[in-house]
Design a protein. Sequence first.
Length: 432
Amino acid sequence: MKHGRHGHHHADMLSVEEAFERIISAFKPLEAEEKPALDALGQTLAEDVYAGLDIPPAANSAMDGYAVRHQDLEGASPESPVVLRVIETVAAGQLPSRRVEPGTAIRIMTGAPTPEGCDSVTPFEDTDEVERKARGLSMDEVGVLVQPSPGAHVRPAGEDVRRGDKVLAKGTVLRPAEVGVLASLGLDRAPVARRPTVAILATGSELTAPGRAIRPGMIYDSNSYSLAASVRRYGGLPLMLGIARDTLEEMHAKLGQALGADLIITSAGVSKGDYDMVKDVLARRGRVDFWSVRMRPAKPLAWGMLRGEGGRQTPHLGLPGNPVSAMVAFEEFARPAILRMLGRTRLAKPTIEAELEGPIVNFDGRRVFARVRVTRRGGVYYANPTGPQGSNILTSMARANGLAVCPEDVPRMDKGQVARVKMLDWNQEEGV
Ligand code: AMP
Ligand code: MG
């Protein structure tokens, strides 16, 4: 394929969208598992959740005060308090044993069920209770200094949730608030879409596992780690298979260990130099296509289905070997697949518009994902390219918090132009 400066020829390249559609269509939410509610944080509900009870289960007091009848308190004011007889005290967790009759009040704490006969609660601060105590007066009576409106400071039964209500819908992501809502319904377990297991295999005879001594000519395998960390970050369970050297036997053996996973991610061996060997291995295991995707970094990509025991098919995504390419391709294609398996429906990364602080050069008509550091100053987002953009420069990824997108048909974006930025993370310290 020839790339002229003008008239790019991309007939045999897939657009990012085409590649995305072909990959994502192979995934659906995984089956439900029941988990302790706390452990299900970040997972999505596999079923609607209905309330088995009212919340609150009974009308109760929203204040520490006195349960009263508002009719008794007409005209009450600090100058002419209305004195009521105090017939009982109810703490949270207790039930009132008496009802509020005309001329009486029941002392009540926040959360305690309101007694029959009352229609409102007068907070302590609207009574003379403190003053009485101080003056050593009888606490069998209380002076009320204001007339409450009917219903004041009474939380009706079912105010939050009514028994039978659908409280949380299938597909809801469990955040701390949802975990709390489940608990409020008395549920300490939740049915959620299972987390996907994602097998990760680094390929390349030059690779050494971190933690080991290294020989000349070798490099450390960073992809296994950055990819496993990405899997975990987005909610999957990484299964690190280690390194397969560039031999048919090793690739074959290691891929065999991956076939129980929900997704197999390999890195390297998909660019031209390695095509044939990997193709052979994969052809024996299933059907895999080798693509050129119209993006930079991460043009070469393999995608297919590997056959396991009992004819089970396992999706296989072959990422490029260069460390930045592997991570960017993961963000574009593996992350959405993981999210869909988790039952998520919002698959796109959060995106902002930012003013470029340096140029992005697009010399061969691909969609460029430029590593940038986004900051916010005076309410405006700025995106600063993080230095050399070679796909081997992994530290430029570590400096980045976003990927600025330069469209295929835009040969260059200059400083000052506004770019769409896919945020890799939202860093509080940077104000983004
Ligand atoms: P390849 O796709 O095999 O041509 O690899 C492209 C580049 O990525 C080469 O420079 C490899 O050494 C490098 N590479 C491949 N796999 C890894 C890995 N797991 N960690 C770090 N670099 C890698
Ligand atoms: Mg290689």
